[in-house]
Ligand binder design. Structure first.
Ligand SMILES: Cc1cc2nc3c(=O)[nH]c(=O)nc-3n(C[C@H](O)[C@H](O)[C@H](O)COP(=O)(O)OP(=O)(O)OC[C@H]3O[C@@H](n4cnc5c(N)ncnc54)[C@H](O)[C@@H]3O)c2cc1C
Length: 484
């Protein structure tokens, strides 16, 4: 591992996005120096952190996998450990692992226009020391949520509960739930993953306790068509066909939901009602008060949640929590759910840039005061890019596009002898919230995020095909200022 203190490119975070960024730098600029700072002791980010039973993707791995490393497995919805193994393999195959500096947490980055470089303060999470590095270009790939703490609302009486309370983000390796009564609070992707997995691996009984239902759609566990394409066709062609197949069907379904909410609600109802046992009411438990895809739609492979409901190893309760009691949870309806273990699958705390602060020439810049340029740079912040993936499709699709764009941007800087590139904000462009997405974790933190603008190139597109057109254009435009 190189321990240089000045880097041409400094990448923050060794998750999926950081590995993608490092791959692109390695391939496009074999002569540029780069490092990936990672605050933990391992790579993989999300896919290393979350260890609850059943942890898996809910988008298909053909598009969650990198454009440059085809996923050839027969499963499209893939278990967390397999995704982690794929990421480790991707890093090792391309020598990226040798560039990762573990236990390095970015705390503050300060840009000097005079020197055309960043000076970054890094905390060594193993020794507590502070290390200083400099970099010409800073690239934040630190995900979108806090690692040290998942989100748990305050529940009155939680201190009275005599059993265990667990947040899925901090799953104890030795948690013994065999034969126990488990209540899982939540209705999002984590809850619907965890519930059938607990029921299928020895829990006595599992109750899904939700305040508001979520749209849930069943997906086939195996995708033999794609596996067959990889078997019969050259890898590149197979990947192109498989990804196009997934992309078009996903995006078409998303657009259909947004354009035709009434019809999409009816379709989702029809698909789901077939799988529910007679004693589980669709209207009570599976009819959200919002339209499909106003919040993330949950996929369940092979209808595993519905199978568990049919086998009565799981039941579902839609109600509001009044308080925790010594024996379980008292609901507003007056019913009490008894539990040995309560799992709070209540979400994430959104955080951008890994909580690091940014400054330019001695002035601190709050991300909320900036406007995102093409969803990957920030107004008035020089030589800086970030990756935040799609909320309605696989994260990696956007990550791959951002990586291609940053490569073009760095090449353009080299060609023009520019040492600084910065998006300059146009005051006439109206501000809008960064994400037009009603999920709880977004709404709780929307004020701390950068803004997006009402018009191009400040407007964020949540559509891969539209983004392809934007990102593949030449980099220069009137909002981007290059200088020597
Ligand atoms: C349970 C769960 C399931 C998900 N399922 C899907 C899915 O099916 N499909 C999908 O598209 N998306 C999914 N997501 C979103 C998911 O986070 C992305 O798919 C993807 O893993 C994000 O990769 P990333 O590298 O950008 O961020 P992360 O995976 O969060 O990695 C960020 C890395 O940066 C490091 N880091 C953070 N701050 C600092 C700092 N200050 N200094 C140094 N290092 C730092 C972290 O330690 C981590 O290693 C899921 C998320 C969760 C939580």
């Amino acid at each position: 591992m190189s321990d240089t203190t000045h880097l041409d490119v400094l990448i923050i975070g060794a998750g999926l996005s950081g590995i993608d960024a490092a791959y692109h730098v390695t391939k496009a600029f074999p002569d540029k120096s780069y490092a990936v700072l990672e605050m933990r002791d391992s790579l993989g980010g999300t896919w290393d952190l979350f260890r609850y039973p059943g942890i898996r993707s809910d988008s298909d791995m053909h598009t969650l996998g990198f454009g440059w490393k085809p996923w050839k497995g027969t499963k499209a919805i893939v278990d967390g450990p397999d995704i982690l193994a794929y990421l480790k393999e991707a890093a090792a195959e391309n020598g990226i692992d040798r560039h990762i500096r573990y236990h390095h947490k970015l705390v503050h980055a300060e840009f000097s226009t005079e020197d055309a470089r960043w000076t970054v303060s890094v905390e060594r999470t193993d020794t507590g020391e502070t290390v200083e590095l400099t970099a010409s270009f800073l690239w934040s790939t630190s995900g979108y949520y806090r690692y040290d703490e998942g989100f748990t609302p305050t529940f009155a009486g939680s201190e009275d509960f005599e059993g265990q309370i667990i947040h899925p983000q901090h799953w104890p390796e030795d948690l013994d739930y065999a034969g126990k009564r488990v209540v899982v609070i939540g209705s999002g992707a984590t809850a619907v993953t965890l519930i059938p997995a607990l029921a299928g691996s020895g829990a006595g009984h599992v109750t899904m306790l939700q305040r508001t239902p979520t749209y849930i759609i069943s997906q086939p566990t195996y995708d033999r068509v794609s596996a067959e394409m990889y078997r019969r066709l050259p890898d590149k062609l197979a990947q192109k066909l498989v990804r196009t197949r997934y992309l078009t069907s996903r995006i078409a379904f998303y657009e259909f939901c947004q354009a035709r909410p009434k019809e999409s609600r009816a379709l989702l109802r029809k698909l789901l009602e077939r799988q529910l046992p007679d004693d589980v009411s669709f209207d009570e438990h599976f009819k959200p008060p919002y339209d499909p895809w106003d919040q993330r739609l949950c996929a369940v492979p092979g209808g595993d949640l519905f199978k568990a409901l049919r086998h009565h190893t799981v039941d579902i309760v839609t109600d509001h929590i009044d308080r925790f009691t010594p024996k379980g949870i008292l609901l507003k309806s007056g019913k009490e759910l008894e539990a040995d273990i309560i799992i709070t699958a209540t979400g994430l705390n959104l955080q951008i840039f890994g909580g690091a602060t940014l400054g330019v020439d001695g002035t601190k810049v709050a991300p909320s005061e900036t406007m995102a340029y093409k969803g990957l740079m920030l107004s008035e912040i020089p030589n800086f890019a970030f990756i935040i993936g799609y909320t309605n499709a696989s994260w990696t699709l956007k990550a791959d596009l951002v990586c291609e764009y940053v490569v073009k941007l760095l090449k353009r800087m080299d060609e023009t002898g520019s040492r600084i590139v910065v998006p300059r904000r146009d005051p006439s462009v109206a501000e809008e919230p960064f994400l037009d997405f009603e999920a709880g974790y977004v709404m709780r933190s929307i004020d701390s995020l950068p803004k997006q603008g009402a018009t191009f190139p400040w407007r964020l597109k949540m559509n891969y095909f539209k983004d392809v057109l934007v990102f593949r254009k030449p980099v220069e435009d009137e909002s981007l200022e290059f200088s020597a």
